[in-house]
Design a binder for this molecule. Structure first.
Ligand code: GLC
Length: 420
């Protein structure tokens, strides 16, 4: 290169850098912090920042979804522009719609088309695309392949079979000296996670979905009461007494350290359970959750979306980061590294994804059960809190299910008032 060419090259490089820096803005994203969430969010946003010359601040938010929601609402009610992008739960588009921008003008028809259309519909409120789907979730049953073999136990198809298998394995392991071993762990704390677990017990027993699609409160029925009493009767027997304080991470901790035969959890636990240092690496099986008498097996629909705050000072740049994070490349990486379920259906056929998470191939055709968040709109938070506290009372022996559900029905109708 001649001296003159060098000069031009260096000058244009300087101009380009100056231009990029002048363009550089800082985007703040509120990310989840369960399992590998925070670490992955930092990696992925850093990659986008390096590509675009912008900066990203990743904000760690409370672990429990309802606490996170409370924090979001404080920020948004105060009109704060501190957070540009919010990671929001699948149950909250109805509650948060007014605080978020419409993402439709920022995403292409193709980017929308490749997404799961059920989730796009869930995230569309009054014609506005409140958030882009990032990952979906469905409750599954984890089991120990080695222990199933050791005790000659088949993968349980009903709740009664599950509890019997859990007891058999627990008895054997305790006899062999594992005093802290339990049969079955799940999310029994009084929070949104219990709403998810209890909905699975009830819906899989033919007891409905708390509130039906027309808005009618259906929770006070004999099938719902029977399964709640059955689960409550298993605490201390096959589930630890402390299960009534467990969230996802506590349940995972017990299972991953080799102290439980079965666990109900979301797919993220698979990748962590198979990492170096896990006591159950290579010994994890995943199956659909059991069904109740005359019911069918279902997992609750969960999942997370990315929304741009209407108070953001840089909505266009923030929307670009949302497009990047929810796009195919990042979703594929998250599926492989963290067993996060993609919201792009096509990725369930991807060989690399299926190699990392073989059970994803079984999930493609499964119909999860949704919590009644669309029909109850902004009142969902109150509805769910009433539900989980009634269920928690049953689990902790404060109340029998029939009485708890009769009182819950009244309470839900009060919350409903003249309509949802
Ligand atoms: C998972 C699900 C979410 C659900 C939460 C409950 O994060 O994706 O939808 O609300 O668990 O704890």
């Amino acid at each position: 290169m001649t001296a003159k060419r060098w000069f031009v090259f260096v000058l244009s490089l300087g101009l380009a850098m100056g231009f990029a820096l002048a363009q550089g803005v800082t985007i703040t994203i509120a990310c989840g912090a369960v399992g590998q969430e925070l670490e992955l969010c930092k990696e992925e946003t850093a990659a986008w920042a390096a590509k675009t010359g912008n900066k990203v601040t990743v904000l760690e938010t409370p672990q429990l979804t309802n606490d996170r929601q409370g924090f979001y609402q404080q920020q948004l009610a105060a009109g704060s522009s501190d957070i540009d992008i919010y990671q929001i739960d699948v149950i909250y588009p109805g509650t948060l719609a007014n605080f978020m921008i419409d993402l439709k003008p920022y995403v292409s028809a193709d980017e929308l088309k490749v997404q799961n259309q059920g989730i796009i519909a869930n995230n569309t409120v009054g014609g506005k695309l409140v958030a882009m789907p990032w990952f979906t979730d469905g409750g599954v049953l984890y089991y120990r392949t080695d222990l199933m073999k050791k005790y000659g136990v088949a993968v349980p198809k009903t709740w009664t079979e599950l509890f019997a298998a859990a007891k058999k394995i627990q008895d054997g392991e305790r006899k062999a000296g594992k005093k802290d071993f339990y049969g079955f762990v799940f999310q029994g704390n009084a929070y949104e996670g219990l709403t998810c677990d209890a909905l699975e017990w009830i819906a899989s027993s033919g007891g409905g979905t708390i509130i039906d699609a027309s808005g009618k409160v259906t929770i006070n029925n004999a099938k719902a009461a029977a399964i709640l009493d059955l689960v409550a009767s298993q605490i201390k027997l096959v589930s630890p007494p402390a299960v009534t304080t467990y969230d996802e991470e506590k349940a995972r901790g017990v299972f991953q350290s080799g102290n439980a035969a079965f666990m109900r959890n979301w797919p993220y636990a698979y990748s962590l359970g198979n990492q170096e240092g896990s006591a159950v690496k290579g010994k994890i099986g995943v199956a659909p959750l059991p069904a109740g008498p005359g019911g069918s097996n279902v997992g609750t629909l969960g999942g997370w979306q990315l929304a741009v705050s209407k108070f953001s000072k840089n909505p266009k740049v923030a929307a670009d980061l949302v497009r990047y994070l929810t796009g195919r490349e990042v979703q594929k990486e998250r599926a492989i590294k963290g067993s996060f379920q993609p919201t792009i259906p096509d990725l369930y056929k991807d060989a690399d994804v299926l190699k990392a998470v073989p059970f994803f191939k079984d999930l493609a055709g499964r119909q999860p059960v949704a919590r009644p968040s669309t029909v109850t709109g902004p009142k969902y938070g109150e509805v769910s809190a009433a539900f989980w506290s009634a269920v928690h009372d049953v689990l902790s022996g404060k109340s029998k299910a029939a009485a708890a559900l009769a009182a819950l029905e009244k309470k839900l109708n009060q919350i409903k008032g003249s309509g949802w």
